[in-house]
Ligand binder design. Sequence first.
Ligand SMILES: O=C(O)CCC(=O)C(=O)O
Length: 295
Amino acid sequence: MKKWLGRIYTRVSVRIFGNRIGVVTNLLHYLFGAFLRSISLFKPWNTMRSASDKGMEIRENGYASVSPVLSEQFLSALSEKIDRLIGRPDQVIGTHTAGGILRLKDSFILLPELEVLLTAPELLNAVCSYFSSPFKVYSCDVYRTFPVETPIVEENYSLIWHFDNAPHSMLKLMVYITDTPEDRGALTLVPKHTSAELKRKGFWDRLKMDAFRSTIQEQARTLPGPKGTCLLFTPQYCIHKATLPQKSYRDVAVFLLFPSYEFSRFSSEVRRTLSYNFGYLANPFSGRPLRVGDE
Ligand SMILES: O=C(O)CCC(=O)C(=O)O
């Protein structure tokens, strides 16, 4: 009985909201959007709308790629530092190595220079144009994926095609810290329009995808790029998956972004909070996170 009710709830919620994060959380995010739109009448944000056509691209396709925004020197130094930190067993969550993933603990505390990425003008323009408002950073996550002969998907469910279960307004920023050609773990996704069609036809549960597999594989796009490439995408609208590199490894920094009436400021306390926020922003008014922890 409980299982049945769960299934009905999923079907109805995915049909209405496109996710299953709960009615109250969805309504809070829609209300917050309306609040931002109403106060934008008194703030000069609408000038941002035409500032970047990347915002338009994200709206239309569900994703956009912004070319490396930082110097080669900065990116190499960052990459070497991450490599050193990931080499320290006390600094990583190593429990999912059978899934080909190692997550850095305290990412934004140890890597305050990541702020430079978030404040690069090309990115600011693209994100503000997408949201038509300033934005706040909800979380920061730095991880490495690496080859595993037979990965255990239960240790890394990102390896299976999926939608993220997240509020409509969330935007994900993934920055390649290492050069990421197709065979080194580039992200793969299905553009928003086709993904929406598959969601309408019933694709939601990543463990029940057989009927959708061939369309997903036909329509999927792999997004390679040199280090510093910034992928902005809406994982709740685009079916996507991780692919382990065939050789070497891939490091990324991932930030979850939400529209806001002001930009985040990154004090050491804020960087600590962002390093431990996981899931999604549960309440955009209070800033309450869904989950706090190491992963
Ligand atoms: O690491 C990747 O390439 C994709 C990760 C993923 O599935 C996600 O961010 O939801």
